[in-house]
Design a protein around this ligand. Sequence first.
Ligand SMILES: [Zn+2]
Length: 292
Amino acid sequence: MNASPSPDDGDPAKQFFLRYAFPLFIVFALITLSCNNKDTKKDTPALPSIDSTLVRQQQQKEADSIAKAAVPKKKIYITFDDGPNKGTRNVLAAVKEENIAASFFIVGEHVFDSPKQKETWELLKTDSTIQLCNHSYTHAHNRYTSFYEQPAVVVADFKKSQETLHYSNNIARMPGRNAWRIDSIDHTDIYESKAAIDSLHKAGFAIMGWDIEWMFDHKTLAVDTATSLLLRRIDNMLAAGKTKTPGHLVLLAHDQAFQKTEDIEKLHFVIQQLKNNPDYELVFASKYPGVK
Ligand SMILES: [Zn+2]
């Protein structure tokens, strides 16, 4: 006697459905689902993971900084003429406090004019953070016309300074003349001086003039160009590519203009504005293109 119905009980259609049709339907459904999934993957791009987004951002950042580094900074050569004199120690202190590269064009005779000037020279000479260059021995005693009429005298004057003070480079600046003889730059401001300057160049000196002069009043010995005007002129000249070498600007200042507190403060201000400008780099005279 069968107390409970066997699983085989029931109508044949239901049994056929349970044994064959239903499993086949499940298999068919799974295959269809799997194909649909593949198509979905093909048509819709996968969303980036957080990790790959960060990597891409980092790569973009690196590419940007490489591109920025590829644009060279404009070079500014700050030069101070005629020391050692009463302003030189103030200039030296400012340059060191601001931690910048600056070049001093020395007049040989000024080293020996007084014990104080000799002491200042010793300070300059033993300071490895600045550069010293040759601005002649006598500065022509400020009688330029007759000085430049005698090329041999000019060469001997610069050589005397070199042999007495032993500069570590061959850079020279003409007294009272803005003349250049560096690599292919050949510029003479006053034609009558040309032969003497050529002779000095032939004797092995690289002659550096200047692009902009920070003027001073020869009576009061105070700077007489407003700092804002000076800075604007520097920006404009570099932007317009009007310097002797585009992208390079030689600024001439004079030690003796920095004796009063207000003028020393102006010097600090100008240096700070230039050194904090991300487009500029302050460098030594010996870095000028073509100086060997
Ligand atoms: Zn001078």
